[in-house]
Write a protein that binds this ligand. Structure first.
Ligand code: HEC
Length: 109
């Protein structure tokens, strides 16, 4: 009985922690990952993508910044939605990389 329990626990923990990662790009294979592969690897390594974290808004800010200053092309609304869903789901914000708010005395008056 104990052995059965141990095996069951092992299988449960394996299936819940395993994330399917594409070996050639390092991208987590959530829906839309091929769109990331096609659109986000032209100018820099996809490591830059997979090592960053953010909520949907933060990812959108990064994309707008690249569009305004780094010649990233525009996406049609559906593609942009897929990209943002993928990024926010696969590389979500973590508490550790949240910046603290800037204290009032350091803000411009
Ligand atoms: C047209 C070129 C181009 C494309 C395509 C591109 N980027 Fe970038 N991106 C850049 C440049 C340039 C930088 C700055 C690189 C550096 O600092 O070394 C950058 C930086 C980044 C950063 C780091 C931002 C930071 O705050 O440090 C992330 C994350 C990122 N890109 C994600 C993406 C994602 C996601 C896509 C696809 C939707 C993408 N990039 C497509 C040009 C591009």
């Amino acid at each position: 009985m104990r052995v059965m329990l141990a095996i069951t626990l092992l299988l449960v923990s394996l299936s819940s922690s395993a994330q399917d990662v594409d070996p050639s790009t390092g991208l987590i294979k959530n829906p839309g990952w091929e769109i990331i592969k096609a659109n986000c690897s032209a100018c820099h390594s996809l490591n830059l993508v997979t090592s960053n974290r953010g909520n949907r808004e933060e990812w959108l800010t990064t994309i707008r910044w690249m569009q305004e200053t780094q010649k990233l092309w525009q996406f049609d609304p559906k593609t942009e939605d897929t990209i943002l869903n993928y990024l926010a789901q696969s590389y979500p914000a973590t508490k550790q990389n949240r910046r603290r708010p800037i204290p009032n005395h350091l803000l411009p008056q």
